[in-house]
Ligand binder design. Structure first.
Ligand code: 5GP
Length: 209
């Protein structure tokens, strides 16, 4: 990836942590940061629009996307497939925009392996009790679903240390400001600087001492 290209930003966190709210507000203020629209085999929820929230596809269409190497990453989560369409992301990066992938942990780790220059951010709740409170506050899910989400959340938070930055969502304005600092710092991660370091070391070998 050349310097003029945008940065790939992975954004993960457990259900109920409020990552969508922080991200939506951040994106509204930063038009050069685009959100990737994933493909999924899950059914649309009320209010979700095809092509806006997700590209809702059949199992067959998803398989075709995989076979045609059309996905940057994909994963099965809660019995449904989710994947990041490659072409749209590449187009945005080439235009110099940053692209955010709001994806779960398995997909995030695939991105890290294949695109080590990506910036990985994990959103944590300020406490476990607060996560539970936020999940219950939604008041939309049964106790069984809440317990399942909390169990998945614990597993996901166990992988948080594999990310570059941890964003604690204690309040949306503060989290948004910290997210901005993390994105500003992204280009200086040592993984991002690898080609520059290699160049200096190569010169050191070729230039006579
Ligand atoms: P939901 O069904 O609640 O919209 O999403 C379930 C989980 O799938 C969330 O953690 C969401 O971030 C993740 N997800 C959404 N799109 C993708 C994707 O393209 N790839 C992967 N790996 N996960 C995704």
């Amino acid at each position: 990836m050349s310097q003029s290209q945008g940065m790939l930003i992975v954004f993960s966190g457990p259900s109920g942590v409020g990552k969508g709210t922080v991200l939506r507000e951040y994106l509204q203020e930063h038009p050069n940061v685009k959100l990737s629209v994933s493909a999924t085999t899950r059914a649309p929820r009320p209010g979700e629009v095809d092509g806006v929230h997700y590209h809702f596809v059949s199992q067959e269409q998803f398989q075709t996307l995989i076979q045609q190497d059309g996905l940057l990453e994909y994963a099965c989560y809660s019995g449904n497939y989710y994947g990041t369409p490659k072409k749209a992301v590449q187009e945005q990066l080439e235009q110099g925009n940053h692209v955010v992938l709001e994806i779960e942990v398995q997909g995030a780790l695939q991105i890290l392996r294949q695109h080590p220059q990506a910036l990985l951010i994990f959103v944590m709740p300020p406490s476990y009790q607060e996560l539970e409170r936020r999940l219950r506050e939604r008041n939309t899910e049964s106790e069984e679903v809440i317990q399942r989400r909390l169990h998945t959340a614990i597993q996901e938070m166990g992988q948080a240390c594999q990310y570059d930055f941890i964003l604690v969502n204690d309040s949306v304005p503060q989290a948004k400001a910290r997210l901005d600092q993390m994105i500003q710092a992204g280009p200086y991660l040592n993984r991002q600087m690898k080609s520059m370091i290699d160049e200096v070391l190569q010169d050191a070998q070729t230039i006579p001492q």
